[in-house]
Design a protein around this ligand. Sequence first.
Ligand code: KG4
Ligand code: ZN
Length: 379
Amino acid sequence: MNRWPPCSKVRSWRLAAGREEPVAMIVLGIETSCDETSAAVVEETGDPERPWRMRSNVVASQVAIHREWGGVVPELSARQHVRDICGVVERALADAGSPTPGAVAVTQGPGLVGSLLVGVSFAKAFAWTRGVPIIPVHHLAGHIESLVLHGGEMPLPAIVLVVSGGHTSLYRVAVPGSYERLGRTRDDAAGEAYDKVGKLLHLGYPGGPAIDRLAPLGHDRAIAFPRMRLTHADRNAPNLPGTRDFSFSGLKTAVMRHVTARRSTLGLASTEPLPERETIDICASFQRVVVETLLDRLFDAARWYQARSVGIAGGVSANSRLRADAEEQGRAKGIPVFVPDVALSTDNAAMIAAAGLRRFRGGDLDPYVEINAEASLAL
Ligand code: KG4
Ligand code: ZN
């Protein structure tokens, strides 16, 4: 049944002298795929180089709730989204100067289905009551478009690494809004490895920021943790296409074995942390391997596909060494490197609104489609 108004009736278009002319579109973005409830207002600028401007971006983090459990508890996450969503949206609209959005963009998936449902249901209600279309957005498209929201359009073709708690994937963007996946993790995501190693080292949840803080204080070659080697072909011909996947579970196990061995040598119980000096060196050595692995894949793919720019998005792109090393390698190789502002690295609704605008203008949007949350949505 037709429930949403057609795009041509949306407020982003007005009749001028009998012609339809686009006017700047304002989108309300909503993100509830994991443990952040977020709403944002993003508008078009009319400038093709920097197409979007963020007017507000409100994030209510649930980290303090999940920390107690050492990771995200899906049911607690969904319930907290229900508590927070109305206030977060009101605040995002108020911070933006109470505009009238012409559409609402929402994360449809992938993510925790109960959490996604809160955002999708809210977005449907908002769209229905305001008579505006709803734009379903893939969470990873949001992370990719965070690069453009922050730094302007990337020279294409671009290779983008999306590296977060749930994903480690490499994409080729040949035309705006089209994302071709070149590789993905076969087991743990890089952020997941950070979080598990952080837990092992008694650094709390999430482990990524904690390890990032300690790593610069340590010796990054103190422990020779292994680099991933996926296949024989990968070992011998790392530049062939088809070998762009990632794996971090071996590294995580190597850290676990090292910690267990050191505990036994030092006569510590399995619940006791290692001495601080050792913990810091483990953080530094682990981080060096993760960053080198990610950047080797990214720049190999960039060379193979003759990319004109590279980007790194997702929660782990907040990592200070990953950013610094990427920029240094980009300078050395003469290729521009895009990374989002730290506030746009971790989950937020501004990136969802930006990806929604990309999709809305891309013309592949069916405003009549009935959407539902999709835990395993493909990009
Ligand atoms: O994108 P995000 O907010 O949520 C997902 O879509 O997963 O990413 C969260 C992940 C967590 O695993 C967290 O430990 C990691 O990003 N992270 C970091 C840093 N800040 C967040 N990892 C390494 N260094 C950081 N500074
Ligand atoms: Zn994310």
